[in-house]
Design a protein around this ligand. Sequence first.
Ligand code: ZN
Length: 410
Amino acid sequence: MINKERVSKRLSELGEIGKNQETGGLTRHAFTKEDRLAKDLVAKYMKEAGLTVREDAVGNMIGRREGRNPQAPVVLTGSHIDTVCDGGKYDGSLGIIGALEVLQTFNEQGIETEHPIEVYAFNDEEGSRFSFSMFGSRGVIGDLKRKDLEMKDKNGITVAEAMKAQGFDPERISEADRSREAIKAFIELHIEQGKVLESHNLSVGIVSGIVNELWIKCTVQGEAGHAGATPMSMRHDALVAAAEMVQVVDREAKKTGTTVATVGRLSVLPGGINIIPGTVQFTLDLRDTSQEISDRVEAQIFKEFDRVCQERGVTLSTELLQRIPPAPCTEEFRQVAQKACPEAGVPYFSLPSGAGHDAMQMINICPIGMIFVRSKDGISHNPLEYSTLEDCADGINVLYHILLDIAVKA
Ligand SMILES: [Zn+2]
């Protein structure tokens, strides 16, 4: 079947580019020397896999394998080539190397497909340099705006300037757009970055969908006062109200069994040891694979917040920071995966993705599917990120059977 040694060798080689010798972590940001070296190495692997290689106008490296019918809708696969600061060697890289391994195996086995297949090594998924994520896949769906190119890195260099320095023409970004083409599907293999598969003792999982991301900043306004001179009955303590609200968030999210909600930041003002808190600001991060459930939990949370406000004599104001809809994997993909998993020798198990991925953008132009590989201790975005070669091979074998199913038949 697939060649595990080749996968291992390529993961190690690619894992050397941008490596910090002290921490062992990788830093490969968009439009840098490291990024260039990594993409050139991937281009070499693409040629070894018999693919026709090109780089598009936004810096995605693409390898194409023709099908019997060049006019048939193309099947896309792959993942991102960039990393966070001091990240691991599996996040992103596994999806690229895994997809190349599948196509190289197809060649070695003389397998012809009806549909052309293209492997994308997406540029800048993490957004670590310009605080703007999924640049490459946004380019593919035609969602990059002129103002996006004005985003600056910490040295004040804009995306446009960084592109020019690497020989790209920012005026031509629309050439990467494939939204008007017929695309059969985008399938991404990725590490889980969580502990669900490990806790079920499974090497591979099929993603049911990528959760939405709702971020709201909440400000509770009470009344500051002297901690000694104000009797308990006369207080409008913003922190006591906020503490109850945090409990509400936890309680309402738990009710559904699928929702996750987090208050990750909380500040108390004026912040004196002897002052009753007058203002509290906190953030709400709410996610679910179902927009409907997310909306329902959101509504219930704010209904409860209103009750707390009335009981405590405080007011609440909110600011919406981000509302990205969920990206469900298609039913057709799940059916294909249900067949592919036993063929690859692993049980079928479905789980949601709590993190964002390029597939979240690609769903705007085609159906998506994702395969997760177990992460040791759930660790990711960290030099300790690790998946065993056996687990990686299981994931690649599932991708092999899925691509075989999707791309071979007309
Ligand atoms: Zn990733």
